[in-house]
Design a protein around this ligand. Structure first.
Ligand SMILES: Cc1ncc(COP(=O)(O)O)c(C=O)c1O
Length: 488
């Protein structure tokens, strides 16, 4: 093992003292962990070009002070038990704060640091977590996926090099084009498709390439928080537009001509989080408005594959005749979120600049997963998986709805149950969202309030219930326990 140690023979301090201090510091700061083996005196002396005697003297001092220990026949190790009061490890939060005060952040960094509701990355493990978003991971056909990955992993070495296609593996773009034409009536050529690191990167690129600070972006209210944060960090003016049971109120948007809206972000297939499906007349009205006003529409089609008894309504992109729509899709819900593969369907005039930005940002997505995904789609596994999951989710959805009706009756209104893998529930309760979340956590239930997704103050008690990864027993049990704590 090489140790990053720098000794300076010009200093008045002896080499063995310098070595001792640097090793001690490495142990106290956690760079060398308890139990970690350190190099032999012979090896370290050679790699630092110093005498073995110097190294031995430093090691002996650290051994006598309890920082190191020797194990006969095995070597020298960092002591397992360094007294806690000596260890200088700081919690991440402290490190971030101290950095923030000493290193100046950009405007972007400052805005991001000030945003309160950045979704949590880690959360406590709870027995039954209604957290929204995760599909039923255990149903994923992992054996098929492994086979497809190893097919390309074994074939050649070419894919180890940089790809020449920042906009994505060509056969994958062709497969997605066919899939979108078949299932979503999206009208595009493979060249218009940019493979992205999920929806999140598609949004980030759109904002960076098309929006100036202080330009106005209209978003659904309530709407997808992770999209809004991207818009806010790019200094856009946010215009909230209400939604009802048929989706975005296009009239409300159209009445605000003075706001000069440049872009509108919508989730037409399954409005997030209310679950409304944007009706066909509203779709046409929205497209017409965009055309008249020279505005762009971001269509985030994140979970439209899961519909229950509803006829599919064609994507806005397929109805568009004026290059007004930027269509985003993702494999996070249909397959699994850590795949980090999504796609952005662009008007032709924007293809080259987006490919350039993608190359600059992260070159391209890993090739192996793109190749495996291509075969997964082309061999029919994707649509088979969707059919299977639709039936599983439908069952879970019905169980959840039944349990809510049984335990809450008129005290709960269920919204958006016709598609996706979540519903929103409006409760009649005297408790605050925070009180409900806290009491639920005490009995092992994870709850997600809809509040952070609102741009305007509101006092309704609304929660988002993801049911994708919960079994029917968990769903029934979770709702029963929830009713108990809410009406105790
Ligand atoms: C509205 C919406 N869009 C998109 C996504 C997916 O994002 P990504 O593709 O970055 O995983 C989600 C995931 O929760 C979502 O709720």
């Amino acid at each position: 093992m090489d140790l990053a140690i720098i000794l300076d023979s010009n200093l008045s301090k002896s080499l063995h003292q310098q070595l001792y201090e640097q090793l001690r510091q490495a142990i106290l700061s956690g760079r060398l962990a308890p139990g970690e083996r350190i190099p032999s005196t012979r090896f370290l002396a050679k790699s630092l070009s110093i005498s073995r005697f110097t190294v031995t003297t430093s090691y002996e001092q650290l051994l006598s002070e309890g920082y190191l220990e020797t194990v006969k026949g095995a070597g020298t190790f960092v002591c397992q038990q360094i007294p806690d009061n000596l260890i200088e490890l700081k919690p991440i939060e402290c490190i971030e704060k101290s950095n923030a005060s000493s290193i100046k952040l950009s405007q972007y960094g400052k805005t991001l640091a000030d945003i309160e509701n950045v979704p949590r990355i880690s959360e406590p493990k709870l027995q039954i977590n209604f957290r929204y978003g995760t599909p039923a991971l255990s149903e994923f056909p992992i054996k098929i996926w492994r086979r497809l990955l190893s097919r390309y992993c074994n074939a050649s070495f070419n894919w180890l090099d940089y790809s020449q296609e920042p906009n994505g593996y060509q056969p994958l773009r062709e497969a997605i084009k066919r899939y979108l034409a078949r299932c979503r009536a999206v009208n595009c050529e493979p060249e218009q498709i940019l493979i992205t690191n999920g929806t999140q990167q598609a949004l980030d690129l759109i904002l960076r390439l098309l929006i100036e600070p202080r330009e106005t972006i209209a978003i659904e209210n309530p709407g997808y928080l992770s999209a809004r944060i991207i818009f806010e960090t790019q200094q856009a003016q946010i215009l909230p537009v209400s939604v009802d049971s048929s989706g975005l109120l296009v009239k409300e948007l159209a009445n605000q001509t003075e706001k000069n809206v440049r872009l509108v972000y919508v989730t037409p297939s399954h409005q997030f989080p209310t679950g409304a499906i944007l009706s066909l007349p509203r779709r046409l009205e929205l497209l017409n408005w965009a055309q008249q006003n020279g505005a762009l529409i971001i269509e985030d089609d994140y979970d439209s594959e899961f519909r229950y008894g509803e006829k599919p309504i064609p994507a806005l992109q397929g109805l568009d005749t004026s290059d007004s729509v930027l269509y985003i899709g993702t494999f996070s819900k249909v397959l699994f979120p850590s795949l980090r593969i999504g796609y952005l369907v662009l008007p032709r005039s924007l293809v080259a600049i987006f490919a350039r930005a993608k190359w600059l940002s992260d070159r391209h997505l890993p090739i192996l997963e793109q190749q495996a995904l291509t075969d997964f789609i082309e061999s029919g596994y994707l649509e088979r998986h969707i059919r299977k999951m639709r039936s599983i989710y439908n069952q879970r959805r019905q169980t959840l709805v039944k349990a809510i009706k049984k335990h809450f009756g008129k005290r709960a209104q269920i919204l958006g149950e016709k598609a996706g893998i979540h519903v929103m529930v409006r409760f009649k309760s005297s408790l605050s969202d925070e009180e409900i979340i806290k009491s639920a956590a005490k009995v092992g239930i994870g709850m997600m309030s809809a509040k952070p997704h609102y741009l305007t103050a509101h006092s309704r008690c609304e929660f988002i219930f993801g049911y994708g990864e919960l079994t029917e027993t968990q769903l029934t049990e979770g709702i029963r326990k929830l009713a108990e704590i809410m009406f105790r």
